[in-house]
Ligand binder design. Structure first.
Ligand SMILES: NC(=O)c1ccc[n+]([C@@H]2O[C@H](COP(=O)([O-])OP(=O)(O)OC[C@H]3O[C@@H](n4cnc5c(N)ncnc54)[C@H](OP(=O)(O)O)[C@@H]3O)[C@@H](O)[C@H]2O)c1
Length: 332
């Protein structure tokens, strides 16, 4: 009997887990949905069946689920993920808690799924990193990346239900509760907390997670992460310098045939990736691919993906799908 617990099932990512799992119909016999005491007893329709949300407690890990998908924030992952592992449950964690732990693989299926096999704890990367590395992986393999400059335009849904509420409420003239300023009519160059060096933690996550996933500590990376008044799908301007020379048409063809990427790049007809088009899809949309004439061997591109799906829920479910397909087991 294969079972799966969803931790944080009432949240934005958690409810998207349910949507993606309904679409994929994985070989899982039983699901169990958990959230905080606030949601205990709430009814949710999933797979044409009514489920009751249970409260996550210290007794929950002892139920020995086969798999658990976590999306209830870092403190819940910190307290519970390894407890689930202790009872043999394979955990895929969406929070940032274990991402940079050297014993925990940080997985994007198109890039490094093999590192997940045999592991009890698997980390899902930050949303803005996932879409970037899907686009960068084939380019790195072919042309060897020397340096990356990230500039992000991140949707409010990246901050969960409270982020969405802030855009709605501040558009009505009310005060923000989630973001430091009114997000309506503003771009806020501040995601997560500021660090000692002037960067934000979101920027640091993009830098460190990119190196870990691409398995290359030599890549120079800098990032500026900005919250924009968009409900869903993150957009990123990515400038990349390669060690090797490239032909721009070959580079575009490489992107077009690589897994998880949809090349949307027809500027003659004003066609390029847009947030509204990427929303509710799992592909990473890449366009505006062009040479950076200011520096040898470099390009600019525009990368857009649904941050709640590919940036969180779909990526985690794709990992789960691969584990099930490989009949992967992990030992304690
Ligand atoms: N949104 C994104 O694009 C995105 C992308 C990548 C990663 N993530 C990560 O995914 C996680 C969830 O994000 P979200 O956007 O889905 O947030 P959210 O909409 O605020 O949902 C939070 C979820 O956590 C649950 N929760 C909170 N406290 C809990 C507790 N004490 N015990 C059990 N469950 C508890 C909530 O349950 P109640 O409803 O009962 O409060 C809710 O189900 C975070 O770690 C976030 O960093 C989010």
């Amino acid at each position: 009997m294969v079972s799966c617990a969803i931790i944080g099932a009432t949240g934005l990512v958690g409810s998207t887990f349910l949507k993606v799992l309904e679409e994929k119909k994985l070989e899982i016999d039983e699901y169990y949905l958990f959230a905080s005491a606030r949601s205990k007893g709430k009814k949710v329709t999933f797979m044409n069946k009514e489920y009751t949300i249970e409260e996550l407690t210290e007794e929950t890990p002892k139920r020995k689920f086969t798999y658990a998908l976590f999306s209830a924030g870092s403190s819940i992952s910190d307290k519970y993920a390894k407890e689930f592992n202790r009872y043999g449950t394979i955990v895929i964690d969406n929070s940032s808690r274990f991402r940079m732990d050297e014993n925990v693989p940080l997985i994007v299926p198109e890039v490094n799924i093999k590192e997940a096999y045999g592991k009890l704890l698997i980390a899902n990367p930050n949303c803005s990193t996932i879409q970037a590395v899907v686009a960068l992986k084939p380019l790195h393999t072919q042309y060897k990346i020397r340096r990356i400059i990230y500039s992000t335009y991140q949707a409010v849904s990246g901050a969960g239900i409270n982020g969405i509420n802030d855009l709605i409420e501040t558009s009505l003239g009310n005060e923000p509760k989630k973001f430091p300023y009114k997000i309506y009519n503003n771009c806020i160059p501040h995601i997560d907390v500021f660090l000692y060096n002037g960067y934000t933690k979101e920027e640091e996550k993009m830098i460190n997670e990119t190196r870990k996933i691409l398995n290359d500590e030599t890549i120079d990376i800098t990032a500026t992460c900005v919250r924009v008044p968009i409900f869903n799908s993150h957009a990123e301007s990515i400038n990349v310098e390669f060690k090797n020379e490239f032909d721009i048409d070959n580079l575009k063809q490489l992107l077009a045939k690589s897994p998880g990427i949809a090349l949307v790049d027809d500027t003659k007809n004003n066609i390029y990736p847009l947030n509204t088009f990427a929303t509710n899809k799992d592909d990473v949309f890449v366009g505006r691919v062009r040479k950076d004439f200011s520096l040898k061997n470099s390009i600019n591109m525009w990368v857009v993906a649904d941050n709640v799906r590919k940036g969180a829920a779909s990526n985690a479910v794709q990992i789960l799908e691969k584990l099930i397909y490989q009949k992967d087991t992990a030992s304690i």
